[in-house]
Design a protein around this ligand. Structure first.
Ligand SMILES: Cc1cc2nc3c(=O)[nH]c(=O)nc-3n(C[C@H](O)[C@H](O)[C@H](O)COP(=O)(O)O)c2cc1C
Length: 200
């Protein structure tokens, strides 16, 4: 058990968010497997309140990028408070979102606020977020890279993808292989004692 746990911890330690993608294709089957893995996540009252919309169509990706960049430009220049801007500074992000058109796939995770016919859903954000975590881990385990992107605001995604009104976009994931010249911010992660408290 220890050896499997250590192996998994080390593997996950090597995951990084990737913002620059090669245009090499990824088979649809791998995307399906990642979504199937995500869908094993626990969820409030087992309602599985999520829809993963997978997009390889280049025209659609271009439309999404255009709409997202228009919103992000407003956000970065007008909506973002100074404190938030400062927190993003070391990560180096801006309103240009080339990953949306460069990555072979983008997957947009929608949370289902209710069922399609108004059926009650429980702990929707928590459940969909756990599914997102499983999704990211599944992709990483396959050797694929992704980024957790939160375009702000996201209403435009539901409109472009013609999603029903019970769904709300939560996260956008570009998926593919890192570009050979891809760099990632030089981050460190908190130590165990900074994130855990034990009472034995
Ligand atoms: C909820 C959430 C929202 C995020 N939104 C964005 C985003 O909009 N754009 C972006 O470039 N990165 C985004 N990130 C990625 C974080 O910046 C990244 O996970 C963090 O810097 C740690 O880097 P790592 O994932 O390589 O460990 C987001 C991450 C999370 C969990």
């Amino acid at each position: 058990m220890q050896s499997r746990a250590k192996h998994f911890a080390l593997q996950m330690q090597q995951r990084r968010s990737v913002r620059f993608y090669a245009n090499e294709d990824v088979p649809r089957e791998l995307i399906e497997l990642a979504i199937q893995t995500a869908s094993t996540a626990p969820s409030g009252a087992h309602k599985q309140p999520w829809t993963f919309v997978a997009i390889r169509n280049q025209n659609l990706k271009e439309k999404i990028r255009e709409a997202v960049e228009a919103e992000e430009l407003e956000t970065y220049t007008k909506r973002m408070p100074q404190e938030w801007r400062a927190a993003l500074e070391p990560i180096g992000t801006d309103y240009i979102k080339e990953h949306i058109t460069d990555a072979p796939w983008i997957v947009i995770l929608f949370k289902q606020k209710t069922g399609l016919n108004g059926e009650k859903h429980y702990y929707v954000t928590e459940s969909a977020s756990i599914a997102a975590g499983f999704f990211i881990a599944a992709l990483h385990n396959m050797g694929l890279a992704t980024l957790t992107h939160t375009p702000n605001p996201m209403k435009i995604l539901a409109q472009l993808l013609e999603r029903p009104s019970n769904e709300e976009a939560m996260l956008l994931f570009p998926i593919g292989y890192p570009r050979t010249d891809c760099l990632v911010p030089n981050l460190t992660r908190k130590l165990l004692e900074q994130v855990a408290v034990f009472h034995e």
